[in-house]
Design a protein around this ligand. Sequence first.
Ligand code: CA
Length: 365
Amino acid sequence: MKRRDFLSTSALAATALTMSACHRAPEEDEAGEVIQTKSKKVTLKIATSWPASFPIMGTGVDAFAKRCFELSGGSLEIKVYPKNILVPALQVFDACSAAQIDGFHSGVYYWKGKNPAFSIFGGMPLGLTSEEMITWMKFGGGYDLWREMYGKFNLYPLIGGSTGPQMGGWFKKEINSLADLKGLKMRIPGLGGEVMKKLGVNPVLLPAGEIYTALERGTIDATEWVGPALDSMMGFSKAAPYYYKGWHEPGSILELTFNKTRWEKLSKEHQAIITAASEEMTGNMLQEFRYKNAKALQELDKNVQIKTFPEEMMQAAKVALEEVLEEESAQSKDFKRTLKSYKDFVAYNNPYDNISTRHLLNLRD
Ligand code: CA
């Protein structure tokens, strides 16, 4: 069989062969058949907002890069750089927009200053869970809006994992009433921070490396982070033993974003491989978070007390959230239309969720 026939009549088989033969010499196999991918070798540089080998998020991106190499038969090499190697952790968006890097892995809510709507793509307090969030993005119009808005920065975003539901945070003192929140200094970003502000909290932003010291010295009274698996590594329990159940980040998604011009120059094959591997990473990350959070919960320090925020606080948070969303909508058309798409999906999703997942979880309890 001639090379042209082989490639044109059986592109799928060729790709499958390539996948299983990724370390072979690229030109021909023993029978003289060309089995290499159609794509020329490409190397992409991706910067992350995480330290090297950061559990689940960082290791998830490393696994993604390895997967792209395997699936492409070695023609797609993705080099992952931890934070501050190529660019500082929170400058990856600008650096990628300016084509200084090819892509980045980070959290969408960091870029609220670029467009207020981005905080919705990151996750909504008291909103959709990870699975629901991804469903809205893929089937409910979220992706279209996200790509349109990122397109203005010459960026092409993909979902790059999700943390699953996050915990409400670590507090030095117990919260028994709304009044206990007044004047509290808490490290909490995003829309959750805006809501807390309306409840009397003084929300502060601190880089990961400074949170523990601030908590230990009493510069802050509380902090949220992620969930038991990652929180345990930070040692928060030693400085703030009251660990509250979550509400503000029920389904925060992470992003794997590429420079749009660079993305469009990739072969269709490489685009398909990156897309497939990103979906795999998203699933793996969610499952790994679930498994490791459950384990870390069992192994928390004995002094930790798991708490539920008082009902009066959650009622006030719901009212405050609507105020925050109205204020943001009044200031930003993009926020307003993203919120509409999001809320339309919530209304669409709820009736079925109520008789399926929610019903089953209640029965299981
Ligand atoms: Ca968080």
